[in-house]
Write a protein that binds this ligand. Structure first.
Ligand SMILES: [Zn+2]
Length: 377
């Protein structure tokens, strides 16, 4: 099985003391980076000699002796800084990248534990020389953890675990698709494909209602009542399994056929409120998205969730096309697009998804491993 390196990014919630040590570590690393770079620049300028990584690394213990703040930083983190210098320097020689620059304050925003010095412990991650920092696991960490990079972005701290994970990649696919929850059907795609609720859905519901009525007519705890209860439970399980099966098949099909999938983000929509009847649909939808999400991820496809607010009121061309709930058709005066309401929404979701892709290289908390984007949301 193919293995890829994938980064899982999580928000950290350090306390005040931990924030201070994190920032102090960043400073120590930045100074070390600049010093190491300075040394290499001078050696190159004076005698056209390049200093290898091993030589700089060998100086670290002596530096630590002389510099108290450095002793407050885990030694492998310092080694990693020297590796970064080495990498940019080699990049300069090999690929003709720009001459490595010194890093000013604010231009050095991360440091890495390359092998050890960190440990995951429940809702915390234990960092050597910093402490046990609270972490939010918004999704499970998978694969074998290789390195941990701590990142400071817009005043917030993040833990980026670089892991080796198994993937069964599908052949690359340029096809893009947007999917909207249908009002009368299960979903509609931007290719104008209508995915109906399976036929058994209605019959199973009817059967269930009949069985439940039967249960309520039996005298409690009688033999017939027990039997009827068992039937209802079985039917429930059957419906649940069928629904799961349907969703697995549909998500598999979508992932097989499209390299990029845009869906609406239910979390955002949830704030808008809605009808009770829709909540059943929403529950089915969110379990479907969960299936779609992990399939996309392990197949190396991109899934984005977009804020779908107002998708039914706007044409993909950008013009507003206001509709009432009972308006089933979309007719745009600006571009002449004429289609069903749900199809227009799916097109709009796709458009928003594609825009998101170009705006942000990292979506849903997963950092990208350049140059390909390869994960689900
Ligand atoms: Zn239009």
């Amino acid at each position: 099985m193919l293995k890829i390196r994938k980064t899982f990014k999580y928000r950290l919630y350090p306390n005040r003391k931990q924030r201070e040590s994190l920032l102090a570590t960043l400073d120590v690393c930045r100074y070390l980076y600049n010093d190491a770079l300075q040394e290499r620049r001078e050696a190159w300028k004076l005698c056209r000699k390049s200093i290898p990584f091993a030589m700089q690394s060998a100086q670290l213990p002596a530096c630590k002796q002389a510099d108290a703040p450095m002793r407050g930083v885990y030694s492998q983190v310092l080694q990693d800084v020297l590796h970064r210098v080495d990498k940019t320097y080699k990049g300069f020689f090999r690929r003709g990248n720009g001459f490595p620059r010194f890093k000013g304050k604010g231009w050095f925003d991360s440091f890495t534990y390359p092998q050890a010095g960190f440990r995951v412990e429940g809702s915390q991650v234990s960092l050597s020389k910093i402490g046990n920092v609270k972490i939010k696991w918004h999704r499970p960490l998978a694969g074998a953890v290789k390195t941990l990079t701590l990142k400071h972005e817009n005043g917030k701290w993040y833990a980026c675990f670089s892991c080796i994970v198994d993937v069964e990649p599908l052949p690359a696919n340029d096809s893009v698709v947007g999917i909207d929850v249908g009002l009368e059907c299960f979903a509609v795609t931007s290719d104008a494909e209508i995915v109906d609720n399976p036929r058994w859905f209605g019959t199973a519901q009817k059967k269930l209602r009949v069985m439940q009525r039967h249960v309520s007519r039996c005298s409690k705890r009688s033999g017939g009542w027990r039997k009827a209860c068992m039937f209802v439970a079985q039917l429930h399980r059957h419906v649940f399994n069928q629904r799961n099966d349907f969703q697995h098949k549909l998500s598999r099909e979508l992932v097989n056929h499209h390299g990029f999938i845009a869906v609406e983000d239910l979390h955002v929509k949830g704030l808008a409120g809605g009808m009770l009847a829709k909540s059943v649909q929403d529950a089915a939808w969110s379990s479907f998205i969960a299936k779609l999400s992990y399939k996309a991820e392990s197949a190396d496809r991109l899934l984005v969730k977009v804020n779908a607010r107002g998708t039914s009121q706007q044409c993909p061309c950008g013009a507003p096309v206001p509709k009432k709930l009972w308006d089933r058709l979309h007719k745009c005066a600006a571009c002449g697009l004429k289609t069903t309401r749900d199809h227009a929404s799916a097109l709009e979701i796709l458009r928003r998804g594609l825009r998101l892709r170009t705006e942000t290289p990292a979506i849903a908390g997963v950092a990208l491993e350049a140059p390909s984007f390869s994960y689900g949301a």
